[in-house]
Ligand binder design. Structure first.
Ligand SMILES: Nc1ncnc2c1ncn2[C@@H]1O[C@H](COP(=O)(O)OP(=O)(O)O)[C@@H](O)[C@H]1O
Ligand SMILES: O=P(O)(O)O[C@H]1O[C@H](CO)[C@@H](O[C@H]2O[C@H](CO)[C@@H](O)[C@H](O)[C@H]2O)[C@H](O)[C@H]1O
Length: 468
């Protein structure tokens, strides 16, 4: 029987993939795209397969992505995620096809291995509590780096689109946090992964769905549109407390090598700023020319590096495994008013090795502080509603107070001044990462990190101009 992927030409595949939000290298020149492995999921009608595709770039590098592919007769009238069609068949991205999702859930429930000439796809569910095969499957709705569907409003299946070699931190962190008593997560229910010649990688996870929840991002934008934006200050404090508890749990097992906290040496401190410095240099060097929204920071890479250089860090506390991409979109406020932390896979634009590296927990804190600034900018730029004077400072301070009350103090540098200095370094690192992220994923949002970086430069200029 013809493999379904052979029905798609390279040009058609390229056109489809390059248009997807989850394709993370929009600013790079693509040399070619092809299907490297196709894992059969269903051989009937619809035909379903899990493809691993390779995107090749001109300097000779490549990225691998997961693409579920479905094929149905044209007469079926299937309309979602169309890749190509002719008089006989429609070929599509099957991520939102209930038939695909049901098959994957069945395979996970039965703990099946599907072998191909190049490797094996392993489908698993822990502790003998298989996820029921869903009747209803709907896309989660959020346009994201990965793709998620909701199963009977009870579980969420998230497929990692870009594949990195090794265990995905999401799977590893969810296992660890459940075993170490941190309850503010959506419990892990199943997963699937691939082992083989091409790559050993986690392909996806199933977690419980948190019904009736609002993510922190939507919540803050709504609050900023309301007549009482300051009501978020109390929420920010609770969120800070939970973040502190999460880090305390992540640092609680000195026997588990992957999670045991480690001390930072003087060399590590130097390396910390050197790594951020290199990143700033690289990102500014590769900034596209003549892009209007980049104007406020264009050609100012050296100034940003000088700003980093001025942020002397005397002590960094200890390093631990941490969330790695902590922002308002990663926390849900449930119907009971409690917060749930999501998406432990780290920053999608970094390698898995970088994402699994131990670093100061203040990186997460800085991520959330940047997110408050991002929300204030987005509210002004996208909704025309500026945050009221003092809002961001009040929210930051409440979050930090809650955090400092709950986090294991031995993880942090001594004294508030040292904490603030290290936070500044990580906020700058995050803002520069965001610049790259928005260029690659949401070019329309570039002006938000640009405004953040420009503001950091201006604050620095003001400080220099103010006599001591
Ligand atoms: N278990 C869940 N229950 C309810 N909503 C969820 C759940 N998981 C994710 N979401 C929603 O989907 C959004 C994106 O999920 P996330 O795991 O962060 O995906 P990505 O890695 O692609 O960003 C979240 O901001 C949240 O609104
Ligand atoms: O949630 P992901 O793991 O996909 O994280 C990536 O995408 C985020 C956007 O969805 C991006 O976050 C940036 O935008 C958020 C608003 O949409 C904002 O709250 C964050 O502060 C800002 O960093 C994240 O950086 C990226 O890794």
């Amino acid at each position: 029987m013809t493999a379904i992927d052979t029905l798609i030409s390279e040009e058609t595949l390229a056109e489809f993939v390059l248009g997807q939000r989850w394709f993370g290298s929009k600013s790079r020149e693509v040399a070619g795209i092809s299907v490297l492995e196709s894992i059969p999921i269903l051989e009937e009608d619809p035909r379903l397969a899990l493809a691993i595709i390779e995107v090749r770039f001109h300097p000779g590098t490549h990225e691998l992505y997961q693409l579920p592919i479905g094929r149905r007769p044209s007469a079926s009238g299937w309309q979602h995620g169309i890749i190509c069609q002719d008089d006989e068949h429609i070929v599509y991205d099957a991520m939102t096809d209930p038939a695909f999702v049901r098959e994957v859930v069945r395979l996970m429930a039965s703990g099946t291995d599907v072998e191909t000439p190049a490797g094996v796809a392993e489908f698993r569910s822990p502790d003998g509590r298989p996820v029921p095969v869903p009747d209803d499957v709907r896309p989660l709705g959020a346009e994201q780096s990965n793709s998620s569907v909701v199963l009977d409003e009870k579980q969420v299946l998230k497929a990692f689109r870009r594949l990195g070699a090794g265990v995905n931190p999401e799977l590893e962190m969810l296992h660890f946090l459940s075993a170490h008593g941190f309850d503010h997560i959506a419990p892990l229910r199943a997963w699937y992964s691939h082992t083989g010649r091409l790559i050993d990688a986690t392909l996806g996870v199933v977690q419980d769905f948190v019904p009736g929840s609002t993510d922190g991002w939507d919540l803050v934008l709504d609050v900023l549109r309301s007549d009482d934006p300051h009501r978020f200050v109390a929420e920010a404090r609770t969120l800070g407390e939970i973040t502190g508890q999460m880090h305390t749990a992540l640092a609680s097992d000195s026997q588990d090598e992957a999670f045991a906290p480690a001390d930072t040496s003087t060399e590590a401190l130097g390396l910390l700023t050197a790594t951020v410095d290199e990143e700033i240099e690289r990102i500014f060097r590769d900034l596209p020319q003549d892009v209007g929204p980049l104007q406020p920071i264009a050609g100012r890479g050296q100034e940003v590096r000088e700003l980093l250089g001025a942020l002397t860090v005397g002590s960094a506390g200890r390093i631990i495994r941490h969330h790695g991409d902590y922002h308002l979109g990663q926390v849900l406020r449930g119907q009971d008013g409690g917060w749930v932390v999501l998406d432990f896979e780290g920053e999608p634009a970094r390698t898995l090795a970088e994402r699994r590296a131990k670093r100061s927990p203040l990186r997460d804190v800085a991520g959330m502080l940047r997110s408050f600034a991002y929300a204030a900018s987005a509210s002004r730029i996208l909704n025309g509603v500026p945050a009221p004077a003092g809002w961001e400072d009040a929210v930051r301070e409440a979050f930090l107070e809650g955090y400092l009350a709950e986090a294991d103090q031995t993880l942090l540098p001594p004294g508030r001044q040292n904490v603030d200095r290290l936070l500044n370094v990580f906020e700058l690192e995050k803002a520069v990462y965001e610049l790259r992220y928005e260029i690659d994923h949401r070019p329309d949002w570039v002006s938000i990190p640009v405004a953040g970086i420009a503001r950091m430069l201006e604050l620095d200029d003001d400080e220099e101009a103010t006599p001591a």
